[in-house]
Every structure is written in structure tokens, then in C-alpha cells.
Design a protein around this ligand. Structure first.
Ligand SMILES: Nc1ncnc2c1ncn2[C@@H]1O[C@H](COP(=O)(O)OP(=O)(O)OP(=O)(O)O)[C@@H](O)[C@H]1O
Ligand SMILES: [Mg+2]
Length: 462
């Protein structure tokens, strides 16, 4: 009963009867709310918010809209291939447009609608975890969850639409224009701020799936963390870690987590180090098409990060030398620390934010001067001008190059199309792994770490 009252205080609208629910809900953020509700409150079968109960009567987030499947069909043109944005382990994602024709009082805005693939590897638990975390956490560097749909077996999530899609595509797409140095640092800083916010919560949150495809980029390259399906409440009180099944994505998970299942905020710091290394080198965390000793980016590049004379060798060639040498050295040293095999030697995300803030100020030694950053005008469709982050000097050249890219993509050289007209996933990309054994067996060989007997005992404690 006490828990019921606490929940009623936190999410008053969750306890209103369906007919009385006001679609335009009061916003309840962590400043106005009491203690954040965790997934375990819902997983407990005795809880009034139990997953076994009807969510529409009990759940969550007075700041979230509950959509019908018909509404989401309408705004995505029946989930048509022309609205298709991409697909991950959860399922396909479609673009739609909300306004007060969908629901009176709704702010007119583009949205991304993520639909659970009922035959996929993820499921109801990830959907619920996403709602529990993103329904309660608000920060400029986290993607905003607008609402969800739960009808029969259908499970969907509705987010604010983030104009430039994910960092993975921006950094690795075959014909994409290179992200300039300071844009890369800005992206790293935004993502670091998102993680620092999660780790700094009264009840810390461990994100657990930090990687380039989960970092979305706004029109001005503000980074927004998305995909909270694997997020986990951090240790509380005297506990040093939480013990979980090993989940995450090949190439990004911290070695001690893979070996022991012990999860701390420092596991996220390691994954951040991997992404920072990808930003510096322009290379994917893992890539089987590279020579064998270079296939795992961290194993290949980490030793080189210590030696300032070797840093130029690993920097992304697409940068064409246009970066601050001092900034690159500091960023390399930061990546080196984040990628330490000893979790305790890694910096906190607060420290990472401070260091990146300083690197962003280092502009004087960038050859040809700092790039001119043009803030997109409000309401402008950034897809119409992919070159707006580039220097004025190079813009004409860039537009030419983009024309060529578009032509190649139209011809089908840029991306292959699958049966249903949706783009196939990149064959080299790392996907989230939701099976502990798969990730463990794939990675343990490459780690050169002692076997952890504990691991097997802890595997099923998530
Ligand atoms: N809010 C959003 N705005 C714009 N595009 C989005 C949004 N959310 C997701 N996308 C796009 O949808 C695609 C699929 O994203 P999703 O997060 O489901 O999978 P993923 O991150 O690519 O893979 P994984 O399952 O490994 O996390 C990506 O291309 C992503 O950029
Ligand atoms: Mg994702």
C-alpha cells in the first residue's frame, strides 16, 4: 500500500481511470518528483505497476502521451517505406508528424515512431525499461520520449525526431562528408554530458549500450542519447556494483563487465572511450574487413594513444590534418584513460566533460583556422543542406560532392534495398547483443584476461 501511495504521488495520472485521462498531461520531471521509480518496482509481481497488470491503467509518466495504434498508423502513412528511418534490434523506426489533428492540444512536431518487431530479439522488457527511464529523465542530451502505444501485442515508442539521425551514419557512411574536428568534439561533449547526468542522479543510471548508433544528432550537432532498453539502476548504498547478465554491443562493453557481469558507471566510461576513439580515428570499434591485428580498434589503437608522436598515424585521414594538435593529444590521452583495463583508473564522466570542454576551446592551432559554424535556421529542413556544418570556403565543393553521393545512392551503390523497400543494415556494424553467452563467448578470447569463475555464477542475476 505504501508503494501504491508513493507511486500515486509520483505519477498521479497513471492512477486516473482511462476515461478521465487528459491527453495533455502535466509534466513531471525529476525536480518536481520524489524518488525515481525503477524497473524493479514494476518487475515485482506484487507491485500495482507490475508488468502483469494492464499498463494503460497503471503506468507511468504523467509526462507521456498514450497513443492508439490507429493514430500512429495515420501519422506514419501506415508505416510506409517512405516514412522508414532505419531499423535496429528493437524493430523498425518511422518518421511521422504530430499536430492537433492527431490529438487536440498536441504540439505540432515531427516524431520518430519505433515499433517492436514481434519476431525480433528484443521485447516487452526493453520497451518497458525505455518508458520507465525516459519517462522520468529529462536532459538536453537525452532524446525526449513523447509517448507510447500498448495495444494488444503491439508495443511502440514515440520520440522527438532528431534531424541528423545517428552518429554511426554520420561518421562511417561510405559517401558522407567528413565531420570537422570541432564538430566531433562537440558531439563527444554532448554525449559525455548525457552520461554524466545519468551517473550523477541521486539513484545513478548505468546506460549500458553506449555506441555511435545510439547517439542521435540534432540539426546543430547536439548529441542526444537514445535507446534505454538496456539501462540499469546503478549500485546504491555500500554496494560497489550491480551484478547482471552481460548485455551490450560487441566492441563497446568493458572487459571487467564481460568477464564478471559486474556493472558500474565505469563500464559506461569504457564504452565512451571506444566512441571517442572512433571519433578520432574514423574507424569502427570492430571491423572484420580490416587487417587482422586492426580488427578490434581498441586493441590496435590504445597502445598508440600513449605516444604523442604516433597520434597523427591513427587520426582519421578524412580530417585531412585539420585539427588542433594539442586538442588531439588531449583527446587521445582522455581516450587512453577511459579505456583503462582497471575500472578504478578511468575518469568519471564529470571529469571527461571538463576535459572535453577545454579541448573545444583549443582552436588556434587548427590549420586554415577554425571552421565556420553555421547554425541552421529554425524550421529549416537540415536534410536539404547537409553541408551546413562546413566552412564557407569548402561549401561549393561540398554541395558538388553531395550531388555525387545522392546520385550514387539513387543508383543503389550507397545502400542496398531489401524486399520490403527498407534499407539493409550495414554489414560491418555492431548490433546490440541481448544474449549474455553470445557476447561472452565472442569476446572473452580476445580480452587476454584471466577467466572469471564468478561470471558463470552471476549470469542469471539480472
Ligand atoms: N528519435 C529519432 N529521430 C530520428 N531518427 C531516429 C530516432 N530514433 C531512431 N532513429 C533512427 O532509426 C534507426 C534505428 O534506430 P534504433 O535505435 O532502433 O537502432 P540502432 O541503434 O541502429 O541499433 P541497435 O538495436 O543496435 O541499438 C537509426 O538509423 C536511427 O538513427
Ligand atoms: Mg539504437
Amino acid at each position: 500500500m505504501a508503494l501504491h501511495n508513493k507511486l500515486r504521488a509520483i505519477f498521479p495520472s497513471c492512477f486516473a481511470s482511462k476515461s478521465k485521462r487528459n491527453p495533455k498531461r502535466r509534466v513531471c520531471n525529476q525536480h518536481s518528483c520524489a524518488r525515481r521509480l525503477s524497473v524493479s518496482d514494476i518487475s515485482d509481481p506484487g507491485s500495482p505497476l507490475s508488468v502483469n497488470n494492464d499498463l494503460s491503467n497503471s503506468l507511468i509518466g504523467s509526462n507521456l502521451h498514450i497513443f492508439t495504434l490507429a493514430e500512429l498508423k495515420l501519422i506514419t502513412h501506415d508505416f510506409s517505406s517512405s516514412s522508414f528511418l532505419g531499423e535496429g534490434g528493437f524493430g523498425p523506426v518511422y518518421k511521422g508528424f504530430l499536430d492537433d489533428r492527431t490529438r487536440p492540444g498536441l504540439k505540432a512536431q515531427p516524431v520518430a515512431v519505433k515499433m517492436l518487431d514481434l519476431d525480433g530479439t528484443q521485447g516487452y522488457r526493453e520497451w518497458l525499461t525505455e518508458i520507465v527511464f525516459l519517462g522520468q529523465l529529462r536532459h538536453p542530451n537525452l532524446v525526449k520520449l513523447i509517448g507510447y502505444c500498448c495495444e494488444d501485442e503491439h508495443r511502440l515508442l514515440v520520440y522527438e525526431y532528431i534531424a541528423r539521425g545517428n552518429l554511426e551514419n554520420q561518421l562511417f557512411r561510405r559517401y558522407s562528408i567528413s565531420l570537422p574536428w570541432l564538430t566531433r568534439i562537440k558531439i563527444a561533449l554532448g554525449a559525455a554530458r548525457g552520461l554524466a547526468f545519468l551517473h550523477g542522479e541521486e539513484k545513478p543510471v548505468i546506460y549500458r549500450d553506449f555506441k555511435t548508433s545510439n547517439i542521435l544528432l540534432d540539426s546543430d550537432y547536439t548529441a542526444k542519447l537514445s535507446d534505454f532498453g538496456l539501462a540499469k539502476d546503478g549500485p546504491e548504498g555500500d554496494d560497489t556494483h550491480v551484478t547482471t547478465r552481460v548485455m551490450g554491443t560487441h566492441g563497446y562493453a568493458a572487459p571487467e563487465y564481460i568477464m564478471t557481469g559486474h556493472l558500474t558507471t565505469m563500464s559506461d566510461v569504457y564504452s565512451f572511450g571506444v566512441v571517442l576513439l572512433e571519433l578520432l580515428t574514423g574507424k569502427r570499434a570492430t571491423d572484420k574487413s580490416r587487417p587482422s591485428r586492426e580488427q578490434n580498434l581498441v586493441e590496435w589503437a590504445r597502445p598508440l594513444l600513449k605516444d604523442f608522436h604516433k597520434i597523427d598515424k591513427i587520426m582519421d585521414q578524412k580530417l585531412d590534418g585539420q585539427y588542433s594538435t594539442e586538442g588531439a593529444r588531449k583527446a587521445a590521452s582522455l581516450a587512453y584513460q577511459c579505456l583503462s583495463h582497471h575500472a578504478k583508473c578511468r575518469p568519471t564522466m564529470d571529469k571527461v566533460v571538463k576535459t572535453l570542454d577545454n579541448i573545444l576551446d583549443l582552436k588556434k592551432d587548427i590549420p586554415f583556422g577554425p571552421f565556420v559554424y553555421i547554425v541552421p535556421k529554425e524550421g529549416k529542413n537540415v536534410d536539404d543542406d547537409h553541408g551546413d556544418h562546413l566552412s564557407l570556403k569548402t561549401k561549393g565543393h561540398v554541395k558538388e560532392k553531395f550531388k555525387k553521393v545522392e546520385e550514387l545512392e539513387k543508383k543503389g551503390n550507397g545502400c542496398k534495398c531489401s524486399r520490403n523497400g527498407h534499407r539493409n543494415k550495414h554489414k560491418n556494424r555492431s548490433r546490440a547483443v541481448y544474449s549474455d553467452t553470445a557476447l561472452y563467448t565472442t569476446l572473452k578470447k580476445g580480452l587476454n584476461l584471466p577467466e572469471a569463475k564468478e561470471f558463470n555464477q552471476n549470469m542469471h542475476k539480472d
